[in-house]
Design a protein around this ligand. Structure first.
Ligand SMILES: [Zn+2]
Length: 452
């Protein structure tokens, strides 16, 4: 075992538990046990947590006080009571976040957090320690399905170092290497020499898993592919892709370059670890921590099985600043759970369909998912990067980066192909030198910049 891992397991965690009352490992054990509950037992667990949460909300959270929901209703059927709560969009939350604070919760115990702001304004919110530790425990449970344990050595392949440079670099590096047993590498600005350096580093470091955004992992894997024979990772168990939609072609390229399974983690900074892929390929929802609904984007009724819809989350643990029926901005399709090779009985997501604002809206009112552009682009040899931004109901701008800027014959054909999916919307092509990734390093190829 490598010394850092030994230190983390046998000194750091026990010390954090003794001195700071950290309970991540205890919650991890609970989550491992509850992953095999029967549907009835799981519902009972959710019912109890939801009852507590809703009773706190109607008593002490201004946003939920005046809704006319009674304790009797909540105690009789908390699931039905939850359905009476209006959906909460990020815009609505941002208008007056303080209304969502639990006034009976000790302000000193609040933990501030914020989203990266890849889709506009960064969102500030509070959590409590109980929910933060449950998020962490849920991640470790998902990783444990792949043989990864507390302190396992990892390399984070990140899109952009900007997010990390805001902190004190030195102390961040120390914390990463000593307390987390991980090193961060940037996937972009990779030159040929730098790539050789990275390969040598990875061969020395011998991580058990790599972790990063789908596009960053994919970029790294594509560069690595021609030289993969030089890479010898003896302990690599998985590559964990997080935050963005992981497309099939990306998964295949990553698997080919790193010769190991690619695991999909579904999480959000403002909602925790929502689902984790198990070795038989199912995305199991962290149903002990969250009630996850999928709603039809036009009617807001529950989406039929197999139908893509808006993801709505109710975090069952966060009593510092509860956000009920929170529209996360993602779309997904729920699945029918089938027999799991690890005996996990948690409900499943069949497919993660990307960001809610990657859905375009036509003048007819019809909604079209932006995935189509990704499919179309694969016919074009000269296309390095693209981004379609719908600015209003009838206009969209198609930004294109060409591998060979002189060869423009594909531009018209591609624009026409894209237009054919968006009747009534004028698509205006624009050849550019580069398309910026957001500050957090995420890259988006389909964006609707107005509300549905
Ligand atoms: Zn499974």
């Amino acid at each position: 075992m490598n010394p850092q891992k030994f230190f983390i397991e046998h000194a750091l965690y026990p010390a954090m538990e003794r001195l700071k009352g950290n309970r991540i490992r205890a919650y991890f054990q609970e989550l491992c046990a509850s992953a095999q509950l029967s549907p009835k037992e799981l519902q009972q667990l959710q019912r109890q947590r939801l009852q507590t949460l809703l009773n706190v909300c109607i008593a002490s959270v201004p946003a939920y006080k005046g809704l006319g929901i009674t304790q009797e209703e909540i105690d009789a059927d908390p699931f039905a009571a939850l359905q009476k709560i209006p959906l909460l969009s990020k815009r609505e939350f941002q208008k007056d976040p303080d209304r969502y604070l639990n006034l009976d919760f000790d302000p000193a115990a609040r933990i501030a957090n914020r989203t990266g702001g890849s889709t506009g304004e960064p969102l500030k919110f509070y959590m409590d320690r109980y929910s933060v530790e449950h998020y962490e425990a849920a991640r470790w449970r998902g990783l444990s399905w792949w043989g990864i344990t507390f302190g396992s050595r990892s390399v984070m392949i990140w899109g952009n170092p900007i997010e990390l440079s805001t902190k004190d670099q030195r102390s961040a590096k120390f914390k990463d290497q000593v307390l987390k047993n991980r090193t961060v590498l940037s996937a972009y600005d990779l030159t040929s020499e730098k790539l050789d350096e990275y390969i040598a580093f990875l061969n020395r470091y011998q991580p058990e898993y790599l972790y990063g955004y789908a596009t960053a992992l994919y970029t790294f894997a594509s560069l690595l592919l021609p030289r993969r024979e030089k890479l010898h990772l003896r302990h690599l168990k998985a590559v964990v892709s997080t935050s963005e939609t992981l497309h099939d072609y990306q998964r295949k390229a990553i698997e080919a370059a790193l010769s190991c399974p690619v695991v999909n983690e579904y999480g959000a900074r403002d909602a925790g670890i929502l689902a984790y892929q198990c070795p038989c390929g199912q995305m199991h929802i962290t149903a002990e921590n969250v009630i996850l609904e999928v709603l039809n984007p036009e009617t807001f009724a529950p989406a039929a099985p197999g139908e893509s819809g808006l993801v709505v989350t109710t975090d069952l643990n966060n009593l510092a600043m509860p956000r009920l029926r929170y529209l996360l901005g993602d779309t997904a399709t729920l699945g029918q759970e089938s027999r799991c090779c690890r005996g996990i009985t948690l409900p499943v997501i069949a497919h993660l369909d990307g960001r809610e604002d990657a859905i375009f809206k036509l003048p007819s009112g019809k909604l079209v998912h932006g995935n189509f552009i990704n499919q179309l682009s694969r016919k074009c040899q000269n296309l390095a990067q693209f981004q379609l931004v719908q600015t209003d109901l009838t206009h969209a701008q198609l930004k294109l980066v060409l591998k060979d800027p002189i060869q423009r014959q594909e531009v018209d054909a591609f624009t026409q192909d894209v237009s054919s999916f968006l009747p009534g919307v004028t698509v205006e092509p624009q050849v550019v030198d580069a398309i910026a990734v957001s500050a957090s390093g995420k890259f988006r190829y389909a964006i609707r910049s107005f509300a549905l």
